[in-house]
Design a protein around this ligand. Sequence first.
Ligand SMILES: NC(=O)c1ccc[n+]([C@@H]2O[C@H](COP(=O)([O-])OP(=O)(O)OC[C@H]3O[C@@H](n4cnc5c(N)ncnc54)[C@H](O)[C@@H]3O)[C@@H](O)[C@H]2O)c1
Ligand SMILES: O=C(O)[C@H](O)COP(=O)(O)O
Length: 390
Amino acid sequence: MYTIKTYNEIAQKGLDVFTNDYKINTGENPDAILLRSYNLHDELIPSSVKAIARAGAGVNNIPVDRLTEEGVVVFNTPGANANAVKELVIMSLIASSRNLFSAIQWTKTLAGGGEQVPSLVEAGKKQFVGTEITEKKLGVIGTGSIGVLVANDASSLGMDVMAYDPYISVNAAWQLSRNVKRAMTMEEIFRECDYITVHVPLTEETKGILNRDSFEIMKENVHILNFSRGELVVEDDLEIALKEGKIKTYITDFPTDRILQMEGAIALPHLGASTKEAEENCAVMAAKEIREYLETGNIRNSVNFPNTVMPYIGKKRFTVIHKNIPNMVGQMTGLLANHQINIANMSNRSKGAWAYTIIDVDNGIPVEVVRNIEENILKIDGVKRVRVIG
Ligand SMILES: NC(=O)c1ccc[n+]([C@@H]2O[C@H](COP(=O)([O-])OP(=O)(O)OC[C@H]3O[C@@H](n4cnc5c(N)ncnc54)[C@H](O)[C@@H]3O)[C@@H](O)[C@H]2O)c1
Ligand SMILES: O=C(O)[C@H](O)COP(=O)(O)O
């Protein structure tokens, strides 16, 4: 029996992935945590927790570094909400070009105008004259799951699209339309584009990339869209650039009190992933990642440990989280050899400073021998966690 603790509301379809062997939100010692944007940084995470799945993309709400040191596997759900975000970004591109947000607000103010409404509309509409997006230049910073979709669809709508991503994955590169031009630097995007949209994770490197220096080299009246994270922008600098009219609109999914008071800033209440489809996709994917890890030790879509998938055929399985240093596998297999135990299958993967090893052994080993091996693997210098499955 496993226990899952949830933070945030999780789509029922995702919770349904947890069958009878699971309890949700009961007891003090959960095996895994499932959450969306809830801030885990200040939470005490019990040592019973082996895995944390973020039903979504961004993991900046999770203390990943600390959890890695504790051998807790953190997952996210790559691409599961990308279409939802893309649709909102494309809508916002058009809405900002056509001054739709303020036009809708103004039109509402005519309520109660009786028969005058049609003529008031005709007289007032000129204040909302917009521009078309066709043939305008869009810069996409970050071409991962969302950025690729935005770039391709904007290109289909007739925009001239350029994209910057120094770490683009092979998968994303395959998906990107050949009409999308490659920018070699972020500055190229800043200098040349009429619209700029950011689709990067919040990291030390991306924090504050939208700042005074970048605004300074941008075109006059640029539209900026930020559906990634609020901290990518330096608010002091944004306020000045909006006041000076350098930035025409800043559309963000991450309002702060200050941004809500800036003229030219349009804020949505973090709606990017809030569609029925995206919520279900993310919840199902996250729940499956947890189940697979707890039941088989396989790791798929982890942000802190190497993806390691070895078919589980019901044999006794040792899974070991350890430092990525020499002679770890040798020491583990040595312990098995001491007991004349045959290894049926094995996988060892690394990611940066950490590695993960799965060893399947033939069935029928006495319980006390298994326990002894488990204890001795844990004693190896550099080993963080050992689990025996089956
Ligand atoms: N508004 C929302 O509701 C919502 C929903 C989903 C994701 N997001 C945010 O959007 C981000 C992107 O989501 P995704 O699913 O596309 O993630 P992703 O991991 O698929 O793509 C991120 C891309 O950014 C690139 N990148 C990283 N550092 C970079 C840098 N310094 N310069 C340029 N590119 C860089 C990576 O190479 C990758 O291709 C998430 O991290 C999250 O913060 C917001
Ligand atoms: O990173 C993400 O996936 C988004 O910001 C979605 O967050 P949410 O699950 O809280 O809507």
